[in-house]
Every structure is written in structure tokens, then in C-alpha cells.
Design a binder for this molecule. Structure first.
Ligand code: TMP
Length: 214
């Protein structure tokens, strides 16, 4: 196969349990049949050995309250490591990179859902220092009411992490945060109704990605 395309970076975003991992895996499988570029699948927080260690600290359940600003720096720290040591180098090598979550998660979770503990101004200053304007080429936003998403996951065997355990007010604020962020990212966001069957949504993602193959 000789269909080598310009490298691009896609982030899959949405409330917890929105189905982004299934979507990312299916998109990766399909891309490998369509293009000859390496397709790198990764996630946040994490993606490199060091960033995965930072992830453990960030999501571990503990007694001590995580100070909201410290939490923001923690997620951004993992993200800088991931961006500079994996995403950018892989794109320079010609890879297409697909990530479960990227910076829009921090906007929603470490700014909007802190209910003012981290102001928009503080958040944007930190993001600017950390990423210097680096953004995904495309954000696939899996939009779903967190109450519905949580119900889907009710029977899951997996123990919930520190952030998933926060209350419904928090998860609703995260949802609103993602929706607000679309105002900033409308040029590069594919907004999907994640209550629809994922097979339907995956077809929309494929159609959209065909644009990158021209
Ligand atoms: P995951 O469940 O998508 O792997 O992410 C782990 C947890 O970290 C999840 O509850 C969402 C949370 N998170 C943030 O709070 N801020 C972020 O920037 C990211 C990437 C994840």
C-alpha cells in the first residue's frame, strides 16, 4: 500500500464512559487498511513510561485532597512529556497519532469543573506555557449526558478511579465544559451524539477522515 498521507493528530474526547476507547481502536484498525503511515495509539494521562507514572499519581484514590491548581499542573506535566517525547517525534517520523483524551479534558475537568478554584485566566496561562498553542488536528467529541454514560458503565468490573468517583455535579460541569470548548475549537471538532450506536458514529468519523487523505 503506498497511500502515505501528511501526518495528523486526532484526540477523542468526552465525559467518562463516552466510548472513546472503542472508537479510537476501531478508527486505528480502519486507518491501517487505508494508509501506509504508522498509526500510533496512545492515551492521556500517559503515553510514555514517565507520563504513565504521573498518571498513577493523578488517578490514585487517597485521603489527601488534591489541590485544584496542583492537579492542573499534574495533568499538564504528563501532557508536556507526552507531547514532546511521543506525539511530536512520531509525527515528525510520519506517523498518524490517535489519543484517548488531550488538552480539552483539562479545560473541562481542571478548569470548568473546579467551579472557580482554577479561573479561566489561570487555566489558559498554564495551557499556553505547556503547549505553546499545539493542538490536535481534529478533536472527535463524543457528546453524551454523563448520567446516561454512567448507567452504561454501572455493571463494569473495573474499580472507578479518583476522578470517576466525583459526584454528578462534577460530571455535569465537565460535560458543559466540553460543550463550551467547542466554541474555541469549532474548526477542528467533529461533534458526535454518543447516545447513537457507535457503528453509526464510526462511519461519520471515517467519512470525515477521508478529507485527510486527499
Ligand atoms: P481515562 O479514564 O480517560 O483513562 O482518564 C483517567 C481519568 O483522568 C479520567 O477520570 C479523566 C481524568 N482526566 C482529567 O481529569 N484531566 C485530563 O486532562 C485527562 C486527560 C484526564
Amino acid at each position: 500500500m503506498s497511500n502515505q498521507v501528511k501526518p495528523f493528530f486526532v484526540a477523542f474526547e468526552g465525559p467518562d464512559f463516552c466510548g472513546k476507547t472503542t472508537m479510537r481502536k476501531e478508527v486505528a484498525k480502519w486507518l491501517r487498511t487505508r494508509i501506509s503511515n504508522e498509526v500510533v495509539e496512545t492515551r492521556e494521562p500517559g503515553g510514555t513510561p514517565l507520563a504513565e507514572e504521573i498518571r498513577e499519581v493523578l488517578i490514585k484514590r487517597r485521603e489527601e485532597k488534591f489541590n485544584p491548581l496542583a492537579e492542573l499542573f499534574g495533568f499538564m506535566s504528563a501532557r508536556v512529556q507526552h507531547t514532546e517525547e511521543l506525539i511530536k517525534p512520531q509525527m515528525e517520523l510520519g506517523s498518524v497519532v490517535l489519543s484517548d483524551r488531550f488538552v480539552d479534558s483539562s479545560w473541562a475537568m481542571q478548569c470548568v469543573a473546579t467551579f472557580g478554584a482554577v479561573s479561566e485566566e489561570e487555566y489558559l496561562a498554564v495551557e499556553k506555557i505547556a503547549l505553546k498553542g499545539f493542538r490536535p488536528d481534529l478533536v472527535v467529541f463524543l457528546d453524551i449526558d454523563p448520567e446516561i454514560a454512567m448507567k452504561r458503565q454501572k455493571d463494569s468490573e473495573r474499580a472507578k478511579d479518583r476522578i470517576e468517583l466525583k459526584g454528578m455535579d462534577y460530571h455535569k460541569a465537565v460535560w458543559r465544559g466540553f460543550q463550551e470548548r467547542l466554541d474555541y475549537t469549532a474548526q477542528e471538532c467533529l461533534h458526535l451524539d454518543a447516545e447513537l450506536p457507535w457503528q453509526e458514529n464510526i462511519e461519520r468519523v471515517k467519512e470525515h477522515l477521508e478529507l485527510y487523505f486527499l
